[in-house]
Ligand binder design. Structure first.
Ligand SMILES: Cc1ncc(COP(=O)(O)O)c(C=O)c1O
Length: 394
């Protein structure tokens, strides 16, 4: 079968993915609550720009100033002095924000997960991974020489059983904090208690807890992330991975933890070592974003008010939003065909919310994300469109 044949088959099964670029915004500052595709402006319920920071003037200004100082490209990896003083300053800022001793910046969340997990667990070790973890975690586990054991989604009791029977020299429990396609929150209190119990036991079997806070950073715990949300103190055996690319409106990622673990990652994480340093402009924008989250708490408040309005409306209209507890609100669909047709109808109502289908998820859905940048009228327009489509008037 040729690639063209295979693509034809995907199209027939409503599983073909295609790129849709957006055009330059009409308003001066980029505001991702609206996007222009194919000449028409759509309300955007597909971005992870939860706090509306992607077009924030302080990020743009910081990036411009850094570019004027350092130029654009960095020319080499951090270990070959491609990084700038801004990179280390960002790591200090992240550590202070997350309450840890140290932090390390990665070029993306994908690079962080695929780079760090094989460094943390090797031959003779075991990775315990939630069955709905992000693809970058799955790939990180695959790249590691450790045994990977999958526990049932959000099931700390199942994890406890498996830790007992399958634990290696070192065990690493890995979980998304907010699951990116379902919007539910991991039971971090129970996972933390379990790991803490293990680590308090005599003997040298240690358990690390690696949390992917890509959708929790800037969203949960007043913006500080999942540990704050659960009132959990950072410990040397907890690694907090987070991205600058979602609520922080910038690009790249970080892992915040204790100094020794950071130094271990500097020396062993291939996604860090063998990749050119992020441009200073991006690093400066990430620093500005961390400041904005802390200095403009009204953004987190607006995000959650908008989330409450949308969730209330969806519930009243009878939509099934699965177990979501966050601004990611999935609408369950029966088939990929139904999901694709629904997204197409939403587009006719000038709303962008994509169909998410297998193999990204087992069950097809429309994935809605609401942000601080939406107005109450935007949310009502979405609810009206959803209701009209549901009633067959779409
Ligand atoms: C849970 C989770 N982890 C990691 C990533 C990857 O982050 P990045 O987009 O910075 O590569 C994403 C985003 O796609 C994500 O949703």
């Amino acid at each position: 079968m040729t690639f063209a044949d295979r693509l034809g088959e995907l199209l027939q099964r409503n599983l073909l993915r295609s790129i849709r670029d957006r055009e330059a915004p009409r308003a001066h500052a980029a505001d991702l609550s609206r996007i222009i595709i194919g000449g028409s402006e759509l309300l955007n319920f597909a971005s992870n720009d939860y706090l509306g920071l992607a077009g924030h003037s302080s990020l743009v200004k910081a990036a411009r100033e850094a570019m004027e100082t350092f130029g654009f490209g960095t020319g080499a990896s951090r270990l070959l002095a491609g990084g700038t003083s801004l990179h280390s300053e960002l790591e200090h800022d992240v550590a202070a924000f997350k309450g840890t001793e140290a932090a390390l910046v990665f070029n993306s969340g994908y690079a962080a997960n695929t780079g760090a997990l094989p460094s943390l667990a090797g031959e003779g070790d075991t990775l315990f991974s939630d069955e709905l973890n992000h693809a970058s975690i799955i790939d990180g586990c695959r790249l590691s020489r450790a045994k990977t054991v999958i526990y049932r989604h959000g099931d700390a009791d199942h994890l406890a059983e498996l830790l007992e029977s399958e634990g290696g020299q070192r065990s690493v429990v890995v979980t998304d904090t907010v699951f990116s396609m379902d919007g539910d929150i991991a039971p971090l209190g129970a996972l933390h208690a379990l790991c803490a119990r293990y680590n308090a036991r005599a003997g040298d079997r240690s358990v690390l807890l690696y949390i992917d806070d890509a959708h929790g950073t800037g969203v949960l715990g007043g913006g500080r992330g999942a540990l704050s949300h659960f009132g959990i103190r950072p410990e040397p055996w907890i690694l907090q991975m987070g991205t600058f690319s979602k609520a922080l409106g910038s690009f790249g990622a970080f892992i915040a933890t204790d100094k020794d673990t950071v130094q271990w990652l500097v020396n062993t994480a291939r996604g860090f070592i063998f990749s050119t340093a992020l441009p200073a402009a991006i690093v400066a924008a990430s620093r500005a974003a961390l400041r904005a989250v802390q200095e403009e708490p009204f953004r987190v408040a607006a995000l959650w008010e908008n989330r409450a309005r949308l969730q209330r409306g969806l519930r009243a209209a009878g939509f099934d939003t699965l177990q979501s507890g966050t601004p990611i609100l999935p609408l369950a669909m029966k088939t990929p065909e139904e999901a694709v047709a629904f997204a197409e109808q939403l587009r006719k109502h000038r709303i962008h919310a994509p169909a998410i289908r297998p193999p990204t998820v087992a069950k097809p859905r429309i994935r809605l994300t609401v942000t601080a940048g939406h107005t109450p009228a935007d949310i009502d327009a979405l609810l009206d469109a959803l209701t009209a489509i549901r009633k067959g008037k779409g």
